[in-house]
Design a protein around this ligand. Sequence first.
Ligand SMILES: Cc1cc2nc3c(=O)[nH]c(=O)nc-3n(C[C@H](O)[C@H](O)[C@H](O)COP(=O)(O)OP(=O)(O)OC[C@H]3O[C@@H](n4cnc5c(N)ncnc54)[C@H](O)[C@@H]3O)c2cc1C
Length: 380
Amino acid sequence: MPPSPPFTEEHEELRASARGFIERELAPHAGRWEQEQWFPEELFAKLAAQGLLGLKYPERYGGQGGDYLHEAVLCEEMARIGSGGTAAGLGAHINIATPPIWKFGSEEQKQRYLVPAIRGELIGALGITEPGAGSDVAALATRAERVDGGWIVNGEKTYITNGVRAHFIVTAVKTTREGGHHGISFLIVERGEGVRSSKLQKLGWHASDTATISFEDVFVAEENLLGELNQGFKLIMANFQWERLAMALGAVGAMQLAWERTAEFARERQAFGRALSGHQTIRHRLADLATSVYTCRCVTHDALRRFVAGEDPLQEVTMAKLLTQRACFELMDACLQIHGGAGYMREYWVERAARDARLGPIGGGSDEIMREILGRTLGL
Ligand SMILES: Cc1cc2nc3c(=O)[nH]c(=O)nc-3n(C[C@H](O)[C@H](O)[C@H](O)COP(=O)(O)OP(=O)(O)OC[C@H]3O[C@@H](n4cnc5c(N)ncnc54)[C@H](O)[C@@H]3O)c2cc1C
């Protein structure tokens, strides 16, 4: 089959090689990592050796010199690890922690953080959410007080992916006393004195270290201010579109894989003298699910095409995020149902996939926030 736009032959070659690597090197261990609630740090270096931590970054920083389309291929293929937590930890490093440094960092910051991050030597996290500020980013309360040579940071972040293992946290802080969007800045905070993490237990994504991070009188040097002072809200907005596209692409990859596996199961599993797929209701359910995968793929790839073409596809990306995250969770639930009792068992992939998919409508901007954005773009 010829590649479907916006992808080309070159992207499909990358897909085949990334998929081979993931299926050979990562997928066989996913069950153990989920059970241990931790994937090994060495994965970052392993991916780096394949060039997979820097697909969209310039070669002068150790990247592959590709673009967002190359990254999009990896986003879709990550689902094949079979561990949402592992994909999330690697994905947070690639798609949310390092892009702000690439886009807004000084040359010195790129050399200190981006280059080793692309080599898999330093692990990054993005710290925006706080116990009192999730959807309402403007309410964040972590304070950075000006002192000689830098800032003193006090506050707490929560639900931070890679929050235990990250060497540096791209952290949103308040740098003025006024409320609202204005006095937000970003600091690159290194793990060290006064930075404490505590791992959280959760429904899915077990292999990832989602954590609360507290900052107690943490000194951050002047040169670690990322972007302009008090302009952090711009920085947050700048990567939201890519983060949401990355989530939509991840859902499309996960849905495709789940559909293939469930269809295979339905062809093999017998009930009342024939295969499950021989029963019309199951066959129709699978037909509906295939339609959902196709719809999600079309909407996501259209938003991706516009994004890569340099349009400002806020509405299309928002719709793709909203559509795919809920559809992915619903598809996983339907796949679990088709597996019957087996679907409820830990040993079957679908039990984990259904739990992992529940995060989609919450993380990276919830369904309700997507609808609020759409309300605005639609002039409502
Ligand atoms: C596993 C996991 C990993 C995460 N990783 C990261 C990370 O790496 N970095 C990071 O910074 N954050 C991360 N997050 C945080 C995530 O982005 C937030 O959980 C999300 O933005 C929602 O914020 P909240 O949890 O505070 O919910 P709230 O904002 O308190 O919302 C609660 C509910 O109210 C709804 N709601 C809120 N406002 C409105 C409104 N105006 N109208 C209607 N409904 C509304 C929400 O949609 C939601 O259903 C992660 C979260 C999870 C669960």
